[in-house]
Design a protein around this ligand. Structure first.
Ligand SMILES: [Fe+2]
Length: 298
């Protein structure tokens, strides 16, 4: 079997055939998928009925897994349903029951329905995210993706020149605040202190520029907050025009991988009385994109 990729969207996103994600990949398969990620930014592999261990092993072909100490007050390890190395993006509690819609863990998850790039609120933001659909609700629950390379390319020349050196501050607090969830503990406020990210980044393999936007971005260095929020909202509207967006309608055992360096994504609504079980592995980026001066961030 050799890996082949066919486009699913006029701008980006490909569907991969000829790969079995449950078994170790050959070097040329890894190379083909990496090249596909560089070109398409989002890849869909259908019919991958994999275990958590197989998903972790598949992910490690493409780099190191992201590892960080999640603040225990959001969800302690003992309260988690899944083992280390894989993140639970379901609506289930540790016992496999649908969690209360008033659970603050659910409030944290809800803000993933805003456009974002995974871990942009960390000093070293994520490279790829790999999401496995294990159990899919009967209605809704699409994941939408937007191509930030196309969004950058479509800016007018004046705006391109203007944003070239902009530095934004990203925090999980900002994206949760945007949906009215402001009930953070002092420990959470400390853990999610803003980090600085450039607004324009260049892909290390392709050299293409893209907008590094996310709902986590809540300030621009040197700007007032209202000016910054308004500008970021305008830019996000530009970047998520329908022509730059692909909406993925999940089938059970789809595996979808995306490059957080070149895309944004958001979850879509579904019926909370139905189970949605999706599990994510995340690959770490290489280094901070710019120096972090923590004392300057408020
Ligand atoms: Fe996400």
């Amino acid at each position: 079997m050799s890996v082949s990729i066919t486009p699913l969207h006029p701008v980006f996103v490909g569907e991969v055939a000829g790969v079995d994600c449950r078994t170790p990949l050959a070097r040329e398969e890894v190379t083909a998928i990496e090249a596909g990620m560089d070109e398409y930014a989002v890849l869909v592999v259908r019919d991958q009925n994999i275990t958590d261990e197989e998903q972790i092993a598949f992910s490690r072909h493409f780099g190191e897994l992201e590892s960080y100490a999640t603040p225990g007050h959001i969800r302690r390890r003992a309260e988690q349903r899944l083992g280390p190395g894989i993140a639970d993006f379901s609506n289930l509690d540790k016992d496999g029951r649908i969690m209360s819609a008033e659970d603050r863990v659910w409030f944290f998850k809800l803000a993933d329905r805003l456009w974002h790039s995974d871990s942009s609120f960390r000093p070293v933001p994520a490279k790829y995210s790999i999401l496995s659909g294990r159990f899919i609700p009967s209605w809704g629950a699409n994941t939408e993706f937007a191509d930030m390379r196309a969004a950058y390319d479509a800016l007018d020349e004046r705006t391109k020149a203007e944003v070239e050196e902009f530095v934004c501050e990203h925090s999980l607090i900002y994206s949760r605040e945007a949906i009215g969830f402001t009930d953070m503990t002092p420990e959470e406020i400390e853990a999610f202190r803003p980090v600085r990210q450039p607004l324009v980044r260049t892909h290390p393999a392709t050299g293409r520029k893209s907008l590094f936007l996310a709902a986590h971005a809540g300030a621009i260095v040197g700007w007032t907050i209202p000016e910054a929020r308004m500008f970021l909202r305008d830019l996000t509207e530009h970047a998520t025009q329908r022509e730059f967006v692909y909406s993925h309608s999940w089938r059970p055992f789809d595996l979808v991988m995306w490059d957080n360096r070149t895309t944004m994504h958001r979850a879509r609504r579904f019926d909370h009385s139905e189970v949605r079980d999706v599990r994510r592995t995340t690959l770490a980026g290489h280094a901070p994109l710019i120096a972090q001066d923590r004392h300057a961030c408020r």
